[in-house]
Design a protein around this ligand. Sequence first.
Ligand code: 13P
Ligand code: SF4
Length: 389
Amino acid sequence: MFRLQPPLPDDYTTATTDELVRRVITARSRLGKRLVILGHHYQREEVIQFADKRGDSFSLARFAADQHDADFVVFCGVHFMAESADILTGPHQQVILPDLNAGCSMADMADLDDVEQIWDELAEVTDIEAVVPITYVNSSAALKAFVGRRSGAVCTSSNARAVLNWALGLDGPGIEDGSACAPEPWVDSASAGGRGNKVLFFPDQHLGRNTGFQLGYGASDMRVIDPRQRLGGLQDAEVKEATFLLWKGHCSVHQRFRTEHVEAFRSEHPDGIVIVHPECSCEVVEIADQVGSTDYIIGAVSAAAPGSTIAVGTEIHLVERLAREHPDRTVLSLDPLVCPCSTMFRIDLPHLAWVLDGLVAGEVRNRVVVDEATAADARVALERMLAIA
Ligand code: 13P
Ligand code: SF4
């Protein structure tokens, strides 16, 4: 998705770190309670140190929805997160993304035209009323609105299981974060009856597949939808039989983690613990010790015994922070080669200082606005998620 971030004035690109820190501190104190800064766990230290609230995408969405008193919500994260915050905050509040080019390559893998086309094609071969569209929060507001209009819901990596339970009418206990590829005995997918009997899950095939496995479904219940092919490249019968239609999207950061990394770590640290994000492939998730959202990963590292060695399969800024915050544990990246999220990385101290200085001067820079018609439908899908989880 193309967005244009104008270059910063020289005053910001040439300023020293100390000077930029001083400007951010001054702006924060001038703006007081009118300003809230949110920071996703993948943000750089120079930025996240100023966050009033750090969190995963779910907790930040929740927190944003509760900030009734703040006039300005500066979202240090990526574009879809700022859009969600704009949808969930009131009309008197303005959401700001310090660098408009901070997108999410996974979110860009599904666009409204493609999803609508696949939806129409599915309707030709299956009972579309029984298909529940579920969009991962890593998606545009337009897709959240699509889902809201069709009685579906948004999910995040921390509540995907609850949302899919809701969609398919499952009421079993599920399993806590852990190995995700073993079917659970309590599921009888043939008799499951909920909002529908099939989900179209986008844009991340991995989160959809891993969660489906957690719920007890098998590979034969799932098919990948390739948006570049008619009917996603599937036969009519495959569409009819599948419970999970998984959009062919992925996270370029998390797909780097491979089973070889787990094996290499285990051969060096036989008692080590492997914790991965559910955007990793099913093969990696299956052999990991634990799997969960970024908030879950933080909790799992804190809960590990002092002295343990932990390999974490997620974005490197979070892994390095966990290593620093737990000096009595060895916390390593599962992939020894650094894997940052290049779009999260776009938010830096100069951009933060630039938007805050603008607010002090009465100028709102880089506001993210979702038009009201889209926001109204997307809000339905987001609020449904907040109610389910
Ligand atoms: P969380 O929901 O775990 O914060 O993940 C968001 C994300 O973009 C992971 O790549
Ligand atoms: Fe998107 Fe992956 Fe970056 Fe998360 S880590 S924001 S899914 S590109």
